[in-house]
Design a binder for this molecule. Structure first.
Ligand code: C2E
Ligand code: MG
Ligand code: MG
Ligand code: MG
Length: 289
C-alpha cells in the first residue's frame, strides 16, 4: 500500500493467510500454464458388470503430472479452477481429450461407455452445449457412448439450470448419471425431479457394505429405489473381494473400485481391457466345449 492509501485504511497483515493466498495464486498460475501447454492428462478407471465381470465402461479422471514425477490429484485443483473461472477451459480440455481417446478405446471394445465428470459451473456457462456439439462433430463420436456424471450437491445448487442442461444432454443422445449418490441432502428430490438414468452410489457407503449393517441398509435401499425408478446403478469404491461378492449376491449390476482396477493411463487401460477380453474369450471357448 502506498503512504496515501495506508492513511485511509488499517491493513491487518496475517502472515499465515498471506502464505496461503500466495500458494494458491502460484498453483493457479501453474494450472493455467499446464492447461495451455496441454500438460494435464486423463486416467481411466474401468467399470465392470458385477455378475459376468465384462467391461461396461471407464470413468475419465483428471491427473496433473509434475516435473518432479509427482502427480497432483483433482481434489487439489478442481475447486481452485471453479473458484477462478477456469472450469470452462478445463472441461473443454477434458471433453476434447476424452473424445480423442474414446475413438481408440472403442477399437478395443466397441460397446464401451465413457464417463465424464462435470462441475457445477459447467451449467452456468452457456458454452458447454455448443462446445460438445462441435467436439462430437470433430471426433465423429456417437453420443450413446458418453455418460456425464453430475454430483448431487452440484445439481442442487442450480436445479433449474441443471434440469435444462440434463434435458439438452439427453436430447443430444448422451446419458446422465448422479455421482456420489447419497452424500448430498436431496437424493430423493433429484430422483423425483430430474430425468436421471443412472446413480453411482458413493464409495463411503459401499466400501464396508459387506460388514456394516448401516451401510448395507443404505446400499440395499438405494438399489431398491433405483430399480423401482428404472435407473441403472454403479457401486463405487469396491475395495475387497468380500464387498464384490456381497454386491453380486445383491444383484447390483455395475461395480467400480480398486478391487477391480485402479485408474490407469490410456495405454495401461488398453492393455488391461485387451487382457480381460482375451481371458473372457478363452473362458467362453472352454465353456462351449
Ligand atoms: P469421483 O467422480 O467420485 O471419482 C471417484 C474417485 O474415487 C476417484 O478419485 C477415484 O480414483 C477414486 N476411487 C476409485 N476407486 C476407489 C476405491 O476403491 N476406493 C477409494 N477410496 N477411492 C476410489 P480422484 O481421481 O482423485 O478424483 C476425485 C474427484 O475429482 C472425482 O470424484 C471427481 O469429483 C473429481 N474429478 C476428477 N476428474 C474430473 C474432471 O475431469 N472434471 C471434473 N469436473 N471433476 C473431476
Ligand atoms: Mg465421478
Ligand atoms: Mg463419486
Ligand atoms: Mg466426487
Amino acid at each position: 500500500y502506498s503512504a496515501k492509501h495506508s492513511r485511509q485504511s488499517i491493513v491487518i497483515f496475517d502472515e499465515e493467510l498471506h502464505e496461503g493466498v500466495e500458494a494458491e495464486f502460484q498453483l493457479l498460475t501453474n494450472l493455467k500454464t499446464a492447461l495451455a501447454r496441454g500438460e494435464l492428462t486423463l486416467y481411466y478407471q474401468p467399470i465392470v458388470c458385477t455378475q459376468s465381470g465384462d467391461i461396461y465402461g471407464v470413468e475419465a479422471l483428471l491427473r496433473w503430472p509434475q516435473a518432479d514425477g509427482t502427480v497432483i490429484m483433482p481434489d487439489k485443483f478442481i475447486t481452485l479452477a471453479e473458484r477462478n473461472n477456469l472450469i470452462k477451459q478445463l472441461s473443454a480440455f477434458v471433453i476434447n481429450r476424452v473424445f480423442q481417446d474414446l475413438v481408440i478405446l472403442l477399437e478395443v471394445h466397441s460397446s464401451l461407455e465413457v464417463h465424464i465428470n462435470l462441475s457445477c459451473q459447467d451449467f452456468v456457462e452457456q458454452n458447454l452445449i455448443s462446445t460438445l456439439a462441435m467436439l462430437l462433430d470433430t471426433h465423429q463420436i456417437d453420443p450413446k457412448h458418453v455418460v456425464f456424471e453430475l454430483t448431487e450437491s452440484t445439481v442442487m445448487q442450480e436445479v433449474e439450470k441443471a434440469r435444462s442442461l440434463i434435458e439438452t444432454l439427453i436430447e443430444m443422445g448422451f446419458s446422465v448419471s448422479i455421482d456420489d449418490f447419497g452424500t448430498g441432502f436431496s437424493s430423493f428430490s433429484i430422483l423425483k425431479e430430474l430425468p436421471i438414468s443412472q446413480i453411482k452410489i458413493d464409495g463411503s457407503f459401499v466400501s464396508l457394505s459387506h460388514e456394516s449393517e448401516k451401510d448395507q441398509a443404505i446400499v440395499e435401499t438405494s438399489m431398491f429405489l433405483a430399480r423401482k425408478l428404472n435407473c441403472s446403478i454403479v457401486a463405487e469404491g469396491v475395495e475387497s473381494d468380500a464387498c464384490l461378492q456381497y454386491l453380486s449376491r445383491l444383484g447390483c449390476p455395475y461395480i467400480q473400485g480398486f478391487q477391480i482396477c485402479e485408474p490407469l493411463s490410456l495405454s495401461e487401460c488398453i492393455k488391461w481391457m485387451n487382457s480381460r477380453l482375451m481371458v473372457k474369450g478363452a473362458m467362453k471357448r472352454l465353456d462351449g466345449r
